[in-house]
Write a protein that binds this ligand. Structure first.
Ligand SMILES: Nc1ncnc2c1ncn2[C@@H]1O[C@H](COP(=O)(O)OP(=O)(O)OP(=O)(O)O)[C@@H](O)[C@H]1O
Length: 272
């Protein structure tokens, strides 16, 4: 495990509470991952030797300016893209060992995405939206619906299962999107500005749901520009020009990575 993943004040591996330390496999591991986009003069080193582990029960916030590599990081973690160099392990599987079909299967099995704009299908009810990825995965409709109902209950929306997205508030739609991300066995949650389209009160409520899912055993990677939302994470990593840096912009050394207590979000007054 990379030393970068160890919390400065913690005697146990990254993200694991002492009680969970022994049982906590890493759901996402990036080991010296580099991603170069383009070729020749147009070459961009979007990520440069990034190492990061995220385990069950751990929510990691990713912050950084536009173009610093946040989306590239999420795409690699979500098996939508492959590294130029280094190793990406999702759910214990080295992504480089898989072809496109294998990566898609790994993604469906392990990864749930939560996007800023929800990406719900308007013609489908909440429960149909949530069960759709499982049905596409070959799970029988009855089982997929049962899983979807459980996922909706987990985000407090079981009473709105038959409602269409257009008849829901923004926060309710985003909770459906979270339910869709966690339905079935998937436990790696990748969220890209999931509260961006929401007012602050609703955004906080969505963060609380994300946090609860992580506390229930998922691993989460949250891209955000908002320190109040980063304060919900166990730790925050900062990207700059494709590199992990500390909050002052220096290249991160292990002791520089911030845990939740010292992250800037704590100064924002955000509460859990
Ligand atoms: N497909 C691509 N081809 C060429 N360059 C790319 C490609 N995708 C990303 N880049 C470049 O890689 C760098 C990192 O981009 P990325 O989208 O990961 O940043 P980001 O931090 O997510 O930015 P934003 O906050 O604006 O979404 C940028 O310089 C970007 O222009």
């Amino acid at each position: 495990m990379s030393a970068l993943t160890t919390r400065p004040s913690s005697p146990v591996p990254s993200g694991a509470s002492p009680s969970r330390a022994d049982a906590a496999p890493v759901l996402l591991r990036l080991d010296r991952v580099t991603r170069v986009h383009g070729t020749g003069a147009g070459e961009v080193r979007a990520l440069d030797a990034i190492s990061l582990d995220v385990g069950p029960g751990e929510l990691v916030a990713v912050m950084g300016p536009s173009g610093s590599g946040k989306s590239t990081l999420l795409n690699l973690a979500g098996c939508l893209d492959t590294a130029t160099d280094g190793t990406v392990v999702v759910g214990g599987v080295d992504v480089a060992s898989l072809d496109a079909r294998g990566r898609a299967a790994l993604r469906r099995r392990h990864v749930g995405f939560v996007f800023q704009d929800f990406n719900l299908v308007p013609a489908l009810t909440a429960v149909e939206n949530v069960s759709l990825p499982r049905e596409l995965d070959g799970v029988p409709v009855r089982s997929a619906r049962a899983e979807a109902t459980a996922a909706l209950a987990a985000v407090g929306l079981d009473d709105l299962a038959d409602r269409f997205p257009d008849d829901m508030s923004g926060g309710q739609r985003q909770r459906v999107a979270i339910a869709r991300a966690i339905v079935g066995p998937r436990r790696l949650l990748l969220a890209d500005e999931p509260t961006g389209a929401l007012d602050s009160v609703t955004g906080e409520a969505v963060m609380r749901v994300l946090r609860e899912r992580v506390d229930a055993g998922a691993a989460g990677l949250l891209v955000t520009h908002d320190a109040r939302h980063a304060a919900w994470a166990d730790r925050t990593v900062f990207l700059k020009d494709g590199r992990l840096v500390d909050s002052t912009g220096r290249r991160a050394e292990p002791a520089d990575l911030l845990d939740r207590d010292s992250a800037s979000g704590d100064e924002s007054g955000a509460t859990r």
